[in-house]
Design a protein around this ligand. Structure first.
Ligand SMILES: Nc1nc2c(c(=O)[nH]1)N[C@H]1C(S)=C(S)[C@@H](COP(=O)(O)O)O[C@H]1N2
Ligand SMILES: [Mo]
Length: 360
């Protein structure tokens, strides 16, 4: 379905929501498009690239209407490797603490990395001329979500400061291929370092404004509520808005299936931190965090990409819980327990990676 691997873990078919199994992400700096997670709140639209237009309005001196050809011919093209992580990545760990009705129990695969080709959003904003009073850039898409209350097209916004930082892109290619429908064809926003929800797919409207977007997925969903809040009655402005991704990591290999051989065992995984944070260190433990050893970090595919890591542990016979935790360059470390970060919508679980394995 949608050009994905047969072994994708499909949480929903309509709308399509799927992540790759751990093994499909292991050891790959770039995620093949067929393994890249897909997160949708409504039906995937099929858009004629010839007919597609992007309007730029709001607090600008020159409102624009741009075709795909305009984007390609008027602005300098660029390519950037960036990781996208859904705010719901690793929600399954929170669900084990307490049920989270109405949200998919994503495993560690709601994160993927691609080489994105397109243009810098800043160059479009520059050509439109941002007027005084502007503080946010809102994005609108055509996919109408029945999950929203009331049902509405998907949208969101980022601060003007982030929008003008060079890394935010309007992209039409991933990994050298035109964007497939499931990833936003013909053009999507890519906001490196922020939760995936801000990387609006099939973008057709950009509005420069003095406030964040009033869209359901900015004003109500993708906000972190206190643990005792009722998500069904949450209104605009409750909790706080999610944007920058906190330090996170998970284990990709072993993958928890089958029986391993006791003895030296290679453990690999990913670590990621948003915005100007990098991964400084990853620790791995085979005894619940009493003793840690440092993993080796694989090469870095640029400042906006995840970091893969590997360590060889001495795996005892029997059942073991392997744990891992990453530190970022600001010395933030992942919290030990999902109980500490549990929230009613199940966002931003960055507690220690934990994987149960059996060895003989
Ligand atoms: N128009 C639109 N854009 C969207 C979404 C959506 O449902 N509709 N989902 C968002 C969310 S929550 C995430 S995590 C990313 C996922 O991007 P992907 O499907 O390319 O992995 O797209 C974001 N952009
Ligand atoms: Mo997401």
């Amino acid at each position: 379905m949608w050009g994905k691997r047969e072994d994708m873990i499909v949480h929903e078919t309509d709308p399509y929501n799927a992540e790759a199994p751990r093994a499909a992400l292991a050891g790959r700096m770039l995620t093949p498009v067929e393994a890249f997670y897909s997160r949708n709140h409504g039906p995937i639209p099929l858009i004629d690239p010839q007919a597609w237009r992007l309007t730029v309005g709001g607090l600008v001196t020159r409102p624009l209407e741009l075709s795909l050809e305009d984007l390609k011919s008027r602005y300098p093209a660029r390519t950037l490797t960036a990781t996208l992580q859904c705010a719901g990545n690793r929600r399954a760990g929170l669900v084990q603490v307490r049920d989270i009705p109405g949200e998919d129990p994503w495993g560690p695969g709601a994160i993927s990395t691609a080489r994105w080709t397109g243009i810098s959003l800043a160059s479009v904003l520059e050509s439109a001329g941002v007027r005084p009073g502007a503080a946010h850039v809102a994005f609108g898409a055509p996919d109408v979500s029945q999950i929203a209350d009331p049902p509405q097209p998907f949208g969101g916004s980022i601060s003007l400061g982030k929008a003008l930082a060079g890394e935010v892109m309007l992209a039409w290619e991933m990994n050298g291929q035109p964007l497939p429908a499931a990833h936003g064809a013909p053009v999507r926003v890519v906001v490196p370092g922020y939760i995936g929800a801000r990387s609006v797919k099939w973008v057709e409207r950009m509005t420069v404004q003095d406030q964040p977007s009033g869209n359901y997925f900015q004003a109500i969903a993708y906000r972190l509520l206190p643990a005792d809040a009722d998500p069904k009655s949450a209104g605009p402005g409750d909790g706080f808005s999610l944007s920058v991704v906190a330090v996170n990591a998970d284990i990709l290999q072993p993958d928890g299936h089958g029986i391993l051989r006791a003895g030296p065992t290679e453990v690999t995984g990913y670590a990621y931190a948003g915005d100007d944070r990098g991964i400084a260190r990853v620790d791995v433990s085979a005894d619940g965090g009493r003793n840690w050893q440092q993993a080796a970090l694989d090469g870095q595919a640029g400042p906006w990409a995840w970091r893969h890591w590997r360590a060889v542990i001495d795996l005892p016979a029997g059942d073991t819980e392997i744990t891992a935790r990453a530190w970022d360059t600001a010395a933030s470390v992942q919290p030990e327990s999902p109980e500490h970060v549990w929230n009613p919508k199940g966002y931003a679980n960055n507690s220690w990676a934990r994987l149960r394995v059996t060895a003989r």
